[in-house]
Design a protein around this ligand. Structure first.
Ligand code: ADP
Ligand code: MG
Length: 230
């Protein structure tokens, strides 16, 4: 029901492309997301940052800014003392990029340890012939270069989702190559299935991308989302 509300809210605003304001969809489907919240003032940003242990990540939240890093809209490793200024800086950058941009606020998020993890991507595209195709692959800066992804038609069963992890060339990396600790593969499989369920339940979701889905020895956490609805 919460997922339905989020999608209805976006439709009411006339937004067809959503970003981190849709993280709640993932949460509603039991996909782990980092601790944090979207705030609309620097004071609130400080409050949320102080409730989170350690440094934080701050991101602009705007339907007009879909690739946040491209405009300097993501700041990784912000100390509590810098949260106020960072809030104002992120908003200024978005306005500078597009003066009439709709700014929904700033997301203040727990900083994940990417050293211990591997950035993967998970998503969905609707194919005119095959229907909803669920995608999984290696993420981060390697996506375009290596194009190491695999797809299945939704709904994806557990063995199918496990097969997707098997499929990618980077599978040995997930399983602990070069002395790395293996990531929690079961959790990755679970997330793939939950995303498959989400897009099966909501045909209005035309396209969905979780990039990165950070896989670590302790789990799989969705750090960023982008989706298109009709
Ligand atoms: P976008 O894809 O719109 O540029 P992301 O939210 O994916 O924005 O952030 C860009 C990059 O910043 C991510 O790919 C990741 O490397 C890093 N990053 C984002 N959020 C976190 C986080 N909570 N912890 C650690 N690194 C993060
Ligand atoms: Mg991203």
């Amino acid at each position: 029901e919460r997922a339905r509300e989020i999608l209805r809210g976006a439709a009411d605003r006339g937004d067809t492309r959503l970003g981190v304001e849709a993280m709640g969809l993932l949460d509603a489907y039991g996909v782990p997301i980092p601790e944090g919240d979207v705030v609309s003032s620097p004071e609130e940003a400080i409050e949320v940052a102080e409730s989170i242990e350690g440094d934080v990540v701050m991101k602009i939240v705007s339907p007009d800014v879909l690739h946040k890093s491209d405009i300097g809209g993501v700041r990784v490793g912000v100390r509590n003392d810098d949260v106020y200024d960072t809030y104002e800086d992120l908003v200024a950058r978005a306005k500078n990029y597009q003066p009439d941009a709709t700014i929904l606020g700033v997301q203040v998020q727990e900083l994940l340890d990417l050293e211990a993890g591997i950035e993967t991507i998970a998503g969905m595209n609707r194919d005119p012939q095959f229907g909803p195709l669920v995608l999984f692959g290696l993420g981060g800066i390697f996506v375009e270069v290596l194009e190491d992804t695999t797809v299945r038609v939704a709904p994806v069963s557990e063995p199918e989702a496990a097969g997707m992890v098997d499929d990618i060339r980077a599978a040995p990396l997930l399983r602990g190559a070069r002395g790395r600790r293996p990531v929690d593969e079961e959790r990755v499989v679970e997330v793939i299935q939950r995303l498959s369920q989400l897009v099966t339940d909501f045909p209005a979701i035309l396209e969905l991308d979780v990039n990165p889905l950070v896989a670590t020895p302790d789990g799989a956490t969705a750090v960023d989302i982008r989706l298109t609805i009709d």
